[in-house]
Design a protein around this ligand. Sequence first.
Ligand code: G6P
Length: 492
Amino acid sequence: AAPGGERSSQAELLVASNRGPVSFAIGDDGELLARRGGGGLVSGLAQVVQDTPDGDGELLWVCTALSEADRRAARSAPGGRLDQVGFDTGGASVKMLDLDRVLFDRAYNAVANRTLWFVLHLLHSPSMEPSFGASFRRDWAAYEHYNSAFAEALAEQAAPGACVLVQDYHLTLVPALLRQTRPDLRIAHFSHTPWSPPEYFRMLPDSVAAAILQGMLGADRLGFLAPAWAAAFRDCCAEILGAQIEGDTVSAGGRSVRTSLYPLGVDAPELRDRASHPDVRARAAELRELAGDCRLVVRVDRTELSKNIVRGLDAYREFLRAHPEWHGRVMHLVCAYPSRHDLPEYREYTAAVQRLAAEIEDEFGTDTWLPVHLEISDDFPRSLAAMTLADVLVVNPIRDGMNLVAKEGMVVSAEGAVLVLSREAGACSEMAADALVVNPYDVTATADAMYAGLTMAPAERRARAGRLATVAGALPPRAWFGAQLAEIRSGP
Ligand code: G6P
């Protein structure tokens, strides 16, 4: 029998992720304000929980407290069950784990975001950094504890035979840990990130690289966003664990685990409806007034190194230098959500983005023309408004699991935007035919693509945009989640 808890309070379906569907801020008079969490994972999953698929009973989402305000909220609810004390969790039952602050900082900031994220997105320069010494061993031990805390909470909350869907690089050890105590569960792991090739992944200490792969192979199914990421994961298993690979199945340590593809898309009708709300329209009107008659080159990102915002701005500058005929006729609107500012690399990166935007302004700006407008804020309606106005949408990450902005932008684009898309975004495996595909390191090619986008004949851009919007809506979150559930339930 399952350990702990009453049978009736246990869930048949559980989701585990570091960031939950809700995060908290402390208002002026000290009260807790709930807001939607950010990032691709939450955008995809938050919708799903609003209407748990038929017959599944209750869905329980297990996540961590990320800030002091989150910790206060978690402590105010018995067992961290936020839904039970009336917080707006967007329809989900949410258990928020209140972990020791230092342990969480080491697991989340030092290991997950500063090490694993960098390795998976090829952000380290191997000749310069990183070096894994004693402090990394200490941080890794915290990551192991953090994963154990999740595994324990899930083991306690899961009904016999329940399905558990574990998300992302924060929780790579959970599947194997959970299987040890609860072999009755059906366990899936989904990676919202890219995966790196073995020769790069192996820069991690050998024991750590092997632990991550073995931890994930504790699942019954492994999900990825794009074919290249699943293939890279299998290559890592072959090279580092000596696993056998047959088609999409990895066999190691007496277990065979299938890697499956679920290219997450957007719910097009819902997003279009959201974009037609008065708050978005009002912001679109403000932005239109700011831009005047200028055509708009738009981007929307977290302030994130892998998003390649600096090279994007550099490309825009090259475009303006090469095409004086566009001066006074175009504006670059950059919407950036503040992200991971506990890490110095992210603070420095944000400063670099601000510096470059200011340089462009100094070089080209006039009394009557604003060549670039940078907004660092987490105003989702404002970003959505920017996307509706885009003539060219720039999505040029160094690497990205999927990049939902490419899909959201094409679905809400009123003008039939031209999509300039990095070949290293997961979305490119579906959108290459109608996007202008760029090498994200090639600034000149990106500048040329901006120019090609701005000068494309209206009929062609509308035709391409229409096809891209169709692709973007092909696998909306509910279908994406439903397909994973169906596969995990269908057995080995
Ligand atoms: C990506 C990751 C998510 C993460 C999000 C935001 O989409 O795959 O797991 O939640 O970025 O990052 P953050 O560190 O703010 O949660």
